[in-house]
Design a protein around this ligand. Sequence first.
Ligand code: FRU
Length: 521
Amino acid sequence: MTPRDMRFRPAYTGGMTKLEKANRAIEAATVDPVYRHRYHAMPPAGWMNDPNGLCRFKGEYHLFYQHNPYAPRWGKMHWGHSVSRDFVRWEDWPIALAPDKRYESFLGCFSGSALVVGGGASGGGELKLMYTAVSAFGQRQCAAASTDGRTFVKDDANPLIGARQLPRGRSLLNFRDPKLFEREGIFYCLVASSNSLNRSSEGELLLFRSDNFRDWEYVGVTYSCPESPMLECPDLSIVGGADLLLFSPTELPRRGDEFQNYHSAVCSHGELDLSSGRFAGGPYRELDSGFDFYAPQTLVAEDGRVVMIAWMQMWKRSMPTEAHGWAGAMTLPRELSLVGDRLFQKPVREIESYRRDRVAYGGFVVEGSRRSPAGELRLPGVEGSSIELLVEADVSRSERFELRVFCPAKGLEGSERGAVIAWDRATHRLSFDRGAAGEPIFDLLDGRKSGAVRYRALDPEGGILRLRVFLDVSSVEVFAQGGEITMTGNVYPRPGDVGVEFASEGPAMLRSVEKYDIEPS
Ligand code: FRU
């Protein structure tokens, strides 16, 4: 304990440390399993938001996350911890960080990242975490380290980056989410901030550097964005030879079909100049065109793939699982690649080894819609709530092609219930409509039902629509056209709504349909 900590008297915890108490709370908690995912990372109980400290350490993938072990609502933040060898089966490990220091006594341990220092990622080395500690003073960056990947010791010199390093015109009120990286033997840290000198409060990313991980100095402004007051959770990786910058701007104004959610997650690729700190890149673009995708982070897998995971939820929206003792999950981990200036996302290939019970069809014409339901199509064996669907359809003569999932089971057809993924010729758009998919989701800001449809421009090349869709009990992830478009969202279907239906106004040729159950156990 440092003298400063000794003055700080933590609340009485019955003889247990805060970490022990938090882990006990999780052990004692119960959850209703009805909407629990089968193959997505989620908290054992309580609340989860942003992925934190995503990394590979000693041959395992570590996913930490913003966690409230005491309630399925946001609260004083801890770092929950899940570990996987293949990105699909996640094991719950004890909570890694609890807010037990004075410098994090107000709101806890906010988001941050990890870096493996020395020893190589599968050999020895130390796992270093950098996170934002929130006290009454504001937000400052702190470090913790571990040699076994399981127990973490906070740095005696914390906070490491605070008022002393902060450039003029910025404040500790909004200074968070450090992203660590190392280049040419020097440690760097990218931190989200807000330029409060500017009356419009422009969101910025600031770069800091250190030779020894203890003493940090300010380098410069990496990125600024006049459209958003805060660029939360920055991430930096190298994809296709370019620096790929990810960040999550708050309250971006809507732009056509883009940025429909309360907050957004975007990417830009270009080049980071380490001496000035400046990032020169193309315009930022929305990473996912669905409802629930925020604060993505990346890691480099053992074979060099850059893999991204995001929080599969959105702020300011009702969460039906709150009543079930848990809230929040992560997206499927996605492999990133850059083709020209287009970013592609593909589900990690490891998921394919969990495929079971393949059902496949090819060469059907679908011609039936809500107006002429006789031609709507159900295919025997193509159904389920924990499945992967691969659909290739020639839509060159279709006005509107629909894939409906989470519909009432066979024998109960004809209901409007279900989530609808549709391509529409007149508007040249792909859409994801969850308005009739089960329990409604409400916008907490004004109490209205949150806009239930999301759109993304799409002109399928050669008239061929290619959809790969993952359903996992209460989630839908759409990867369209080889992963150039993704649409992610939660749905809360009625029990037994496992039906899958195809429909088309005007003929659509289903060239192939494949269904796999995804069975991680
Ligand atoms: C983003 C965020 C971060 C912050 C964390 C707190 O979702 O607001 O900026 O560190 O959540 O839980």
